[in-house]
Write a protein that binds this ligand. Structure first.
Ligand SMILES: [Zn+2]
Ligand SMILES: [Zn+2]
Length: 351
């Protein structure tokens, strides 16, 4: 029984990441808070604490729906046990494998931090873009898009192999472009923290635009757009903190006042089912591959974007978005004409 409580205690300490914090408090040597480890021990627990705060806030406002947290919760449990270890192994493996091929070496200084961060975001863009545009990788990534509401727990909703897949790409890009490995870990830490924060829900932060920062960095509002299934919003805002690469590659999309966000994925899903959010896309892909005529079509289903069809009747996000933009353009033009006529008639009457 004591072991049971000890295990629960260890899990709580682990979840909140407060182990080091407690150690420093117990040692009485508070000056260690000024060291790097000490700093991390304070910043690390902030995110899980804010998540708990968000849940409490929802409870107080009587808006708490356990269902909004279900997919994230089960994903967190699976990732904590399997995904994390594979991820760490993958990162260490990639550093060892590619360090000797780095185009040049950088050091642990603030300007190489900025360089490293831009490179990291580039790696993140590649991983994330492929996660939306290659059907097999979408199977790994779609779990993260399954929740139909936004809150901090969504940052825990991932298929357990997505972390390793993302880290292989991001680490390889960074190491080949000369990012110094200790610096890479600092960047990963900032990225993990900020990447969690951008999932803050409307209950804690209504517009999520962070004031003037909206123009310069990726804010929760931008990431809400990324999680939307509205045709205009799908497959945009792939970056995490700096959205330069979205601007470079034309995938930048600000939130529109008059277009409210609908969270989730476009496929009919069993509402809030963990199994469907975890394996549903794999099942759909298997079905399509099985039914597709010929080897080439089977192969194409795996690597073409979600929505691609061997019949030529594609329903990809790009097509949906372009159709929406075309329709929007047409309505704007239609609206303008009668207005012009109305003004003219008014003028006639005045005369
Ligand atoms: Zn995504
Ligand atoms: Zn997200």
């Amino acid at each position: 029984m004591v072991d049971f409580f000890q295990a629960i205690y260890d899990w709580i300490i682990g979840f909140f990441g407060i182990g080091n914090f407690i150690k420093i408090i117990n040692s009485g040597d508070y000056s260690s808070f000024l060291t790097y480890d000490g700093f991390i021990s304070i910043i690390g627990p902030l995110f899980p604490i804010v998540l708990v705060l968000e849940v409490l806030m929802a409870l107080v406002l009587r808006k708490f729906k356990a269902i909004d947290y279900k997919i994230s919760f089960f994903s967190y449990v699976l990732n904590a046990f399997i995904g994390r270890f594979i991820s760490i192994a993958a990162i260490v493996f990639c550093i060892g494998l590619f360090e000797k091929y780095a185009i040049f070496k950088t050091t642990f200084t603030w300007y190489w931090f900025i360089y490293g961060y831009i490179v990291w975001e580039f790696g993140h863009f590649i991983y994330h873009y492929l996660g939306h545009k290659v059907r097999l990788f979408w199977c790994l990534h779609s779990t993260h898009h399954a929740p139909q509401a936004m809150n901090l727990s969504v940052s825990y909703a991932h298929f357990f192999l997505e972390g390793p897949y993302a880290d292989v790409i991001r680490t390889t890009v960074c190491i080949l472009l000369g990012v110094n490995p200790p610096m890479l870990f600092v960047i990963m830490f900032v990225d993990g923290f900020y990447g969690g924060f951008i999932h803050i829900g409307e209950q804690l932060m209504k517009d999520g635009k962070l004031g003037f920062l909206y123009k310069y960095i990726l804010t929760p509002s931008h990431h809400r757009v990324h999680h939307a299934k509205n045709p205009l919003y799908m497959d945009t805002n792939f970056c995490n903190l700096l959205n330069i690469w979205d601007r470079v590659f034309g995938t930048y999309q600000p939130e529109k006042e008059n277009l409210s966000i609908e969270y989730g994925i476009t496929r009919e899903m069993k509402p809030n089912s963990f199994l469907d959010s975890y394996f549903g896309e794999f099942a759909c892909l298997l079905k399509d591959v099985y039914k597709a005529p010929g080897l080439k079509n089977k192969f194409l289903y795996i690597f073409m974007p979600p929505g691609w069809s061997h019949t030529g009747d594609h329903k990809t996000a790009t097509i949906a978005r372009n159709e929406f933009l075309k329709m929007e353009h047409a309505t704007i033009q239609n609206e303008e004409e009668p207005k012009f006529n109305a003004d003219k008639s008014k003028m006639v009457i005045q005369e």
